[in-house]
Structures are given as C-alpha cells and as structure tokens.
Write a protein that binds this ligand. Structure first.
Ligand code: SR1
Ligand code: MG
Length: 418
C-alpha cells in the first residue's frame, strides 16, 4: 500500500480514478470529474466528487485535529473505526446510514454515498425547517443500533471480539473523556465561552460540587460501562435531512459505552437548539412555534425509542443477557417486562445526565455549536446560553425526578420564560 497522502481537489481523480465503484457512481473517466472540499466538521477532509454519472463522498482523516491544527496530532486509524461502525450500523439499522462504497486503510479514506438533497440538521434547525419523520427515524435508529449492538442481542464470541476491536479507538475516546466530562468544570486551557456576560455563571458551575460529582459519575459510566456500540458523537451535525428523509453520518467516535450516551447527546443538542431560538431573527410567533416543534421532536424521539427498544426486547432478545432458564417458569412475562421497565428507566436517567453535560461542554468547552455562536448580539447570546446552562444543570442533578420527556419539555419552557 502507498504511504498516506492527504488528498486535494486536484489529486482526487489521479488517486481514485482507478476505483471501479467511482467509475460507476461518478463517471468512467476521472478527467471528467470535479471535486469540492466541503468539510465543516472539527476533524476531517470531506470532498464531493461530481461527474457525468453522479456524485460520491470521499472522506479522509487528517493526521491532526482540523479545528486546532497540527499542534494536536490525531491518529489516522479513526477512519478504520468509522468504517467498521458504518457497516455495523447498516446491518443494525438499514437505510439510516450512507452506503459505504470503498475503504482504504492506508489512506484513511472512506468513499460513500452522497446524500442529496440532504442538508445538515443543525443548519436546518437554525433555519426553522420542520422534518416529518425526523423523530421516528432517530428514535428507531437509536433503539436498533443500541439494542442490536449490545449483549441483549449479540452472542458472547461476537461481542467480545467486537469490544476488543473498538477498544483501540483510544484517542477519540480520550477527546470525549476530557472535552465533554472534565474540561467544562475547571479552567482548562482550551475552554472558551463567547460571552464575558457568562463569567459569573461559569464560575458558579466550576464551584458547583454537585455538578462536579455528577460529571465524574457520568465520565466513569462512559469509560466503564461498555453496554453497546455507540455512534459516539450523535449531535445534530451528524444527521442529514430532507423534509422527509433522515440519515446518520460520522460515527468515528464509535466505542462501546452506555446506551444512554447517544440518546442523551442527541436530546441535549435539540434542547440547545430550543434555547437558541430567541437569538434568531424570525418573528416571536414563528420562534415560539418552532421552539415547540423542537420540544415535540424530543418527546417523539424518546417515544419511538422506547417503543422500538421494547419491541426488540420482546422479539430479538437472544444475546448473552437472555437466559431462557430464568424465564421458563410462570413468571416469564412478568419478570421480563419488569426487567425491561428497569432498563428503560436507567437509560432515561442516564440520557438526561449525558444530555445536560453535552449542553455545558458546547458552551464552555472547545467545541461549540453554530446555533448559539452565531447569535450576534452578545447580551442576547449570553441570555440564551445562560438558560441552556441552567437547564443543563437541572436535568443532570434532578435526573431521577423527571419521569418523562414531557416533564423536561415543561421545564425547558419554564426556563425559557424566566
Ligand atoms: C477536537 S474534536 C471536538 C469535537 O468535535 C467532534 O465532533 C466531537 O464532538 C468532539 O468532541
Ligand atoms: Mg463529526
């Protein structure tokens, strides 16, 4: 294999023109291709390659963190984990992820389906666009990938082999361990908050013993509780949408971790989009209507997750954690249903913990979100961020008091009005 070389728009044809799959999808002669670099994430190069037959995506890892530069090296092997996560997700939740056409380990690149006319959900949430099937796809995607990637479904050999494979995604786990769970709660070097108006609330969060204890609790859970294969970075920038279609991308942070992590990160990002609404230019009526739609989506995601997870529990629980000997007596349904309720309650409580912490790190840590950062008026931005921080703390600390997403939606509305 050739030594690694980062691609650019001028070298794509020469380097990848021999691939049969690109000849088919893009065009037989690479001289007729054009390429555009569109990567707007924190880590990688992403090219759209266009030709007479159509388009494809070429995603290539860089040997450093793109957001920071070459002072922060990052191994190329993350492309290997992304590839392996994508093919597992395609098996667990067919149709919800782009099709992988080709993987080249030495070049750290994945060639995959170009989703069109899809846009990144985060942009769509900023622009006030509603998506009919978003909640259903995301609730079911989470249920299917998180159930089928766990020992509720996998047998012992498959599961242990997979756990060992993903255990080497060390550096990306390290990013999550530090940037998400630790940095926001002390004066870490890479932290930044965009509004000095937040200094007071930031200082109080960093002096907040209960919050620091909870952050450590969830960090330990993330590191030690290898329940299932996670997407690992399931925020609204990892989802592509049209008005009627939803697709999940970018699972390079994939690792075995707690089921509540992906759902919590996802919900946390919707709650941030909710609190960002008041920084947008639309009329008050339009903002209120869209804010309510976002909360409806959070409730529906959980509803679809719970429904699908329960269905899989009742029909596909064939893994290590299903032992017929426990269920052969008359208590079969009762014991099984009680165990399901118990598991769902735990996932819900964990999701609130992870979701609130995700909200904190996106405002206080290195990696921010566009919906909040792009609010130009500093006082308005600070007001939106302060509400998100306060709400985040509340759902982490009081996670066991809130029994449903409807109660959380009520809390969100109350905090927004304060
Ligand atoms: C240095 S990477 C920062 C963040 O970008 C990724 O999308 C992950 O969310 C990570 O935490
Ligand atoms: Mg990403």
């Amino acid at each position: 294999s050739n030594p690694y070389e980062p691609l650019n728009v001028d070298t794509i044809g020469e380097k990848l023109g021999h691939l049969e799959i690109l000849k088919e999808k893009v065009g037989p002669d690479a001289a007729s291709w054009s390429a555009q670099e569109v990567g707007d994430g924190n880590l990688n190069l992403v090219f759209i390659v266009t030709g007479p037959n159509g388009q494809a995506i070429v995603k290539q890892a860089l040997p450093y963190v793109r957001l920071v530069g070459d002072s922060w090296p990052l191994p190329l092997k993350r492309a290997f984990f992304e590839y392996h996560a994508l093919i597992r997700q395609a098996k667990y939740a067919p149709e919800d992820v782009p099709e992988v056409y080709h993987f080249d380990e030495s070049q750290a690149l994945i060639v995959m389906q170009f989703m069109t006319p899809h846009v990144i959900l985060r942009n769509s949430l900023r622009d006030g666009i509603k998506h009919d099937n978003l909640a259903e796809v995301m609730g079911k995607f989470c249920a299917r990938t998180l159930f089928r990637g766990s020992d509720l479904s996998m047998d012992t050999k498959e599961r242990k082999k997979d756990l060992a494979l993903f255990a080497d995604n060390i550096e990306l786990c390290d990013i999550t361990e530090n940037l998400v769970f630790t940095d926001p709660y002390f004066d870490a070097e890479m932290n930044r908050h965009t509004s000095p108006q937040l200094d007071g609330i930031v200082a109080s969060l960093r002096a907040d013993i209960d919050m620091k204890v909870a952050a450590q609790h969830f960090k330990a859970k993330f590191c030690n509780n290898a329940e299932t294969l996670l997407h690992g970075d399931l925020h609204t920038g990892s989802i592509m949408v049209t008005e009627s279609d939803t697709v999940v991308i970018d699972p390079e942070f994939a690792t075995y971790g707690p089921i509540g992590f992906d759902i919590g990160m996802l919900l946390g990002n919707f709650y941030m989009a909710f609190f960002a609404q008041d920084g947008h230019e639309a009329s008050k009526g339009a903002r209120d209507d869209y804010a309510q739609w976002i909360l409806d989506v959070t409730c529906d995601i959980w509803h679809h997750f719970e429904e699908e997870f329960s269905h899989l529990w009742r029909t596909e629980r064939t893994g290590i954690l299903y032992d017929k000997r426990l269920y052969e007596d008359q208590g079969h349904n009762l014991a099984s249903e009680q165990a399901l309720t118990d598991r769902l309650n735990q996932i819900w409580s964990d999701a609130l913990g992870f979701g609130g912490i995700e909200m904190h790190r996106r405002i206080l840590g290195l990696a921010h979100i566009m919906e909040l950062d792009s609010i130009e008026d500093a006082d308005l931005r600070a007001a939106c961020e302060a509400r998100a921080l306060q709400f985040g703390r509340q759902i982490v600390i009081s996670r066991d008091a809130y029994k449903s997403p409807h109660q959380i939606a009520e809390l969100a509305r109350a905090v927004r009005k304060d």
